[in-house]
Design a protein around this ligand. Structure first.
Ligand code: AMP
Length: 438
């Protein structure tokens, strides 16, 4: 029995949780699941990596398991809105995993995919639709689906939806939902616009938080490195060659920047792929799945493209370009140290960008600048180092031809992450490069 059994969740869900190996609910799950099971509205501040998806999906599945009923043609019982296709697909995967012992019909409704299969799935009626707002509105306008009988609606990563300009369409969608419903909202940060939206649509919500607003996950070893622009590529290659770097996301500010960095890495013999808004959905899905299964240990991404990346065991986030807003920094580094694991986040900056770093420091209340650059005593910073996992390769660098074939062995390519079974590898202490002269 796990602590999950205290929630009174339906048996099929408990069994799925046990098979997943979850032993205790995460803090956000402890706070959110009881009020959601009571049918209350919930507003939650939680970054990705805190277990927030299960926090809202498990109570939805519980309701479907305990109050089964056909959704009805062109209707959905529950709706989850997400800012990106990748996030929507990831939520759908999680829902299928948690709901695998029960009868459940889920459909992903996102742009960039053919609409016909989505229309067909909606026609039969669906338990949970996971959608990006624009495509859902298109289907509603075409009469493919109605929200008039939807019982639960979740807005995930509300701050990203705001940044992407989705609030007008969200307001139109919300107007189509019945008054009597359960509304749930999760956001990594809680700016004024989100609070206002919550006041508009949530009734007496339970407020939950996985930690102080806008604070990054504590287990991340974070630092900023001053470096002139023309030396960034060499330093990046050096960091990616380190033993402790086995799966990394490199962030750039622009799509061209992402392509340029990716090209340079490939020239230097790294297995990298870029994802950004100009890539087709097929390219993005392919790059993400190669990253997830370890064939492609480096992903170069822009902020928007990276929003839906939910990959375990990302050892490093490297900000090749300083994020333009402090909130974007929090989102970027949230890609590592997921679910209580450790991770490293390194930010390259030009001396002229020191102000941007200071803004980030103010938001996260944590010193990033090195000593002598106006930073705090480095001893104040987290001094965790990251252990490489056996079987996950020595580093991200590998011969280029290895990009083109699936790897089956433990070569030094770093492309075998998460392969070779589900054994939790033993950690060993590893030095973090470029740190205190080491
Ligand atoms: P999320 O914040 O929803 O993206 O979740 C991050 C990761 O944590 C997911 O890959 C989940 O599989 C994992 N996770 C969620 N809940 C738990 C739990 N109670 N114990 C361990 N891992 C969990």
């Amino acid at each position: 029995m796990t602590e999950f059994s205290n929630f009174g969740l339906a048996e099929p869900l408990l069994n799925a949780i046990i098979s997943q190996g979850y032993e205790t609910p995460t803090p956000i799950q402890k706070q959110s699941i009881p009020p959601l099971l009571e049918g209350r509205d919930v507003i939650g501040v939680a970054q990705t990596g805190t277990g927030k998806t299960a926090a809202f999906v498990l109570p939805m599945l519980d309701k479907i398991a305990k109050q089964p009923r056909p959704p009805g043609a062109k209707r959905c019982r529950m709706l989850i809105l997400a800012p990106t296709r990748e996030l929507a697909s990831q939520i759908a995967n999680d829902a299928r995993v948690y709901g695998r012992n029960m009868r459940l019909r889920t459909t992903v409704v996102v742009g960039g995919m053919k609409p016909r299969p989505q229309i067909k799935a909606l026609a039969q009626g669906v338990d949970i639709v996971i959608a990006t707002p624009g495509r859902l509105e298109d289907h509603m306008a075409a009469g493919a689906v109605s929200l008039a009988h939807t019982e639960v609606v979740v807005l995930d990563e509300a701050d990203q939806m705001f940044d992407l300009g989705f609030f007008p369409v969200i307001r139109r969608l919300m107007a189509q939902l019945p008054q009597k419903r359960q509304t749930v909202m999760f956001s990594a940060t809680m700016p004024k616009a989100i609070v206002e939206l919550a006041q508009e649509f949530l009734k007496n919500p339970a407020q939950v938080a996985a930690g102080p607003t806008s604070k990054p996950i504590e287990k991340i070893d974070q630092r900023a490195i001053p470096i002139p622009f023309n030396e960034k590529s060499d330093l990046l290659a050096k960091l990616l060659s380190e033993d402790t770097t086995y799966r990394a996301i490199v962030f750039t500010r622009t799509k061209h920047g992402a392509d340029r960095v990716c090209r340079k890495l490939e020239e230097a013999g790294f297995a990298a792929s870029a994802i950004h808004g100009d890539k087709t959905q097929v390219q993005r899905v392919r790059a993400l799945s190669a990253f997830r299964d370890g064939h492609m240990p480096i992903l170069v991404a822009t902020d928007i493209a990276a929003r839906g990346i939910h990959v375990e065991d990302v050892s490093h986030v490297i900000n090749f370009d300083v994020p333009v807003t402090p909130e974007a920094y929090v989102h970027r580094i949230g890609r590592t140290a997921r679910a209580g694991k450790e991770g490293v986040a390194i930010t390259f900056y030009d001396p002229s960008e020191r102000g941007l770093i200071r803004d980030i420091e103010r938001l996260i209340n944590f010193s990033l600048l090195p000593e002598g650059e106006g930073g705090a005593d480095p001893r104040e910073r987290s001094n965790r180092s990251r252990g490489k996992k056996p079987g996950q390769g020595a580093s991200t660098r590998r011969p280029r031809d290895a990009n083109r074939r699936p790897d089956t062995g433990n070569d030094r390519g770093g492309n075998t992450a998460n392969r070779g079974g589900n054994k939790r590898p033993k950690k060993r202490r590893g030095k973090v490069p470029q740190r205190n002269g080491s």
